[in-house]
Ligand binder design. Sequence first.
Ligand code: NI
Length: 212
Amino acid sequence: MNAARAHLEDVPWDDGRMTAGYVSHKAKANLQLPEDHEAARGVREIILAALDRNGLFRSAALPRHIFPPLINRYEAGMTYGDHVDNAIRQTRAGQRIRTDVSATVFLSRPEEYDGGELVIRDTFGSHSVKMAAGDMVLYPATSLHRVAPVTRGVRIAAFFWVQSLVKDDTDRSILFDLDRTVVELAQTAPDNPAILKLTACYHNLIRRWAEA
Ligand code: NI
């Protein structure tokens, strides 16, 4: 992630409200790197290449389309109140992407700023997320979330959305659990014939639920 950070020294930042929807406009007070800036392209390439190598990401998100990552910056006093991300986003190339899974890649080290937690609400309550530089959190795009006010330092992160092959959060979560179980079993009991049967279940569920 140092390579990604190196791109982001001395770049111009726009008002983040330029890309907010009508409702989220009021809640949003942050800065955003212009999408066509060379640094944004550099960071996007690093992230997309890393996603390509990441089997855990593929298993969890079952990506069909990935919205090219955007980069934002929160300085002291900046925040993004509770909101739900727009259901459909259009890329600069004109491709419409349904936002099934939201992702945040933390680019600042946690000790560089206070506050700035990503707070995600689901049916089990609120989850407060603040990760090491280079770490990524995926969460259902259906959830209400916010970025807590930054009270010291600067928080820089990349974020993007995935249109999944499987749009339903629960179905996708079952497939993820099943896939991780198969992987675990393949490591601990590689000769167990149940691996083949579970793998068949996995692919047959994908066949039922996926939009290819
Ligand atoms: Ni959001």
